[in-house]
Ligand binder design. Structure first.
Ligand SMILES: [Zn+2]
Ligand SMILES: [Zn+2]
Length: 141
């Protein structure tokens, strides 16, 4: 069962919405694509079509329950539960692992750059690409 109160956000608790949230909450800090959510739910015989998952993800992102990311060349759309905590990402180019980090100094730096150019900053995103040291990553082998 999800921690997220859909009704408080003006959405009914429907089976597809609950299932999609369950997939995203299955591992802490999960960043998943529609296809990954589909595969996860399919293994549990949830019986949801990929097109339904796309629709639910778009709705939940629209009202701010999920955060949508366009990583890499823009073909990798990933979703995570919106925690409201400022963070950026490190992505392994080999295995696709996504790690989060929080660096307040970067935020200060970005704010300073925006101020210098007379911009009111409303969003800051930074993604670092590299290779992870996870023993399961084929890069390490
Ligand atoms: Zn890796
Ligand atoms: Zn994240």
């Amino acid at each position: 069962m999800t921690r997220i109160n859909l009704q408080a956000r003006g959405l009914r608790k429907t089976y597809p919405r609950l299932k999609v949230l369950e997939a995203l909450e299955s591992s802490p800090g999960a960043h998943l694509s529609a296809e990954e959510i589909f595969t996860w739910l399919d293994q549990k015989n949830a019986g949801l079509a990929l097109s339904t998952i796309y629709r639910v993800l778009a709705q939940l992102a629209e009202i701010g329950i999920l955060r949508k990311h366009q990583f890499g060349d823009g073909t990798h759309t990933k979703f995570e539960i919106e925690t409201g905590k400022q963070h950026d990402h490190l992505i392994c180019a080999q295995c696709g692992r996504i790690l989060e980090f929080h660096a307040p100094k970067l935020m200060e730096l970005h704010s300073g750059i925006a101020r210098h150019y007379g911009f009111d900053l409303y969003q800051h995103t930074l993604t670092l690409y590299g290779y992870c040291k996870d023993p399961q990553c084929s890069y390490a082998q």
